[in-house]
Design a protein around this ligand. Structure first.
Ligand SMILES: [Zn+2]
Length: 389
């Protein structure tokens, strides 16, 4: 659909570059303990859903490669699943602020734009978190060969030499880049597109300054809820597309567990912490993250599951077969997506209550979390931000 329209293609490519520049400009404004250097976008004529960040011969210049397949596949997914995307965002069940909201003109644009922003922030987060240096350190790679390509994470060189531990470490880097990207989007970046959409949805004048300079976490309750749904849905869409592509490569070697459900658990955990305003987080010696929610936090956590995750998940499982999440949400074999989703949510609830995981995805997340202190110890000196855990 998208590939047949050359003019549309050009407009969307131009928009993509503009969005990238806005993201880089936003990041440049924040104080970092190392010099950020220059980060440029390179668009590749490749239909695979793939992206990477890589160093260049100039040590102050980095490239983010984005395949055209990233843009076209997000665009096609969003447009071919309109009937599920709209209710995921505007679900009115038990949501008083949304009772008056009808169809919104920028809804699909907003999801598309946020999905792209998530990928850009994810790639740049690999750089800001020191993951390029980490690869150089742990895999004895030459500096020029330390790029992080999404489809082949973990397969750095000869596959026979790749241990299970090295795969878990590369999964850790993915989950950390996701969490950092989400934090950027929630807290540090003013989302013009989302705020415009929310202004319209809530009947506030589009030109009103009320929401213009607010990030998601600063929004008042009704619009904040809407913004969290936008963000979760957009991130979920990217994970579906990126992991479907990666699964093709993993399936050649059954030894490696797929990442998707652990990755989704990680995304939900990060958003849950932010939604519930839980700021007391401690990391124990084995690297486990200890969260101590109070009564108010617990109510917020239930609200997050009911009002954010439920409407989004319920609609994501109805995406057309081409984008089926069967096998992406739950690595266990299930007949129907909905069974996989129920299993996934039960496991997420166990994770929140710090109970033993029972699914492969939950166990994988536990293994990834257990190497947190080892990896963060190595990364400490190469982080761009001091406060990173
Ligand atoms: Zn990545």
């Amino acid at each position: 659909m998208y590939n047949q329209d050359k003019k549309l293609f050009q407009i969307i490519c131009k928009d993509c570059i503009d969005t990238f520049e806005i993201v880089v400009e936003g990041i440049s404004k924040v104080h970092t303990c190392r010099s950020l250097g220059q980060i440029r976008i390179i668009m590749n004529n490749d239909k695979d859903f793939d992206a990477q960040i890589r160093p260049t011969a100039d040590e102050n210049l980095f490239f983010v490669d984005i395949n055209e397949g990233v843009i076209s596949r997000i665009y096609d997914l969003v447009n071919s699943n309109k009937e599920h995307i709209s209710p995921a965002i505007l679900d009115k069940n038990n949501c008083d602020p949304f009772q008056s909201i009808t169809e919104s003109p920028y809804l699909l644009d907003t999801v598309y734009d946020l999905s792209l922003q998530f990928i850009f922030h994810h790639e740049i987060s690999h750089y800001l978190c020191g993951h390029l240096e980490y690869n150089e350190h742990t895999n004895s790679l030459l500096p020029r060969a330390r790029s992080l390509k999404e489809s082949t994470i973990g397969f750095y060189y000869n596959k026979k030499d790749v241990s299970d531990e090295s795969i878990i470490r590369s999964h850790y880097l993915e989950l950390e880049a996701d969490a950092t990207s989400i934090e950027w989007l929630l807290d540090r970046v003013v989302l013009g597109c989302v705020n415009r959409e929310i202004s319209i949805s809530l009947g506030i004048n589009e030109d009103d300054d009320y929401l213009k300079n607010k990030s998601i976490s600063e929004l008042p309750s009704g619009s904040r809820l809407l913004a969290f749904r936008y963000l979760l849905l957009s991130v979920w869409i990217v994970i579906i597309l990126i992991e479907a592509n990666r699964n093709k490569k993993y399936s050649e070697d059954k030894k490696f567990h797929p990442l998707p459900s652990a990755r989704l658990h990680g995304v939900l955990s990060t958003m849950l912490l932010w939604y519930s305003n839980i700021d007391e987080i401690n990391i124990n010696q084995s690297g486990e993250m200890i969260v101590s929610p109070g009564e108010k936090h617990r109510n917020n956590m239930v609200e997050f599951l009911q009002l954010i995750v439920k409407p989004v998940a319920r609609n994501v499982i109805n995406f057309s077969d081409e984008y089926s999440i069967k096998g992406l949400v739950s690595p266990i074999e299930v007949e129907r997506s909905v069974d996989g989703l129920v299993e996934f949510m039960r496991e997420f609830s166990r994770i929140c209550q710090r109970q033993q995981p029972v699914t492969n995805g939950g166990k994988q997340l536990e293994r990834i979390e257990n190497i947190r202190s080892e990896i963060t110890g190595i990364l400490k000196s190469v982080r761009f931000f001091e406060e990173m855990l």
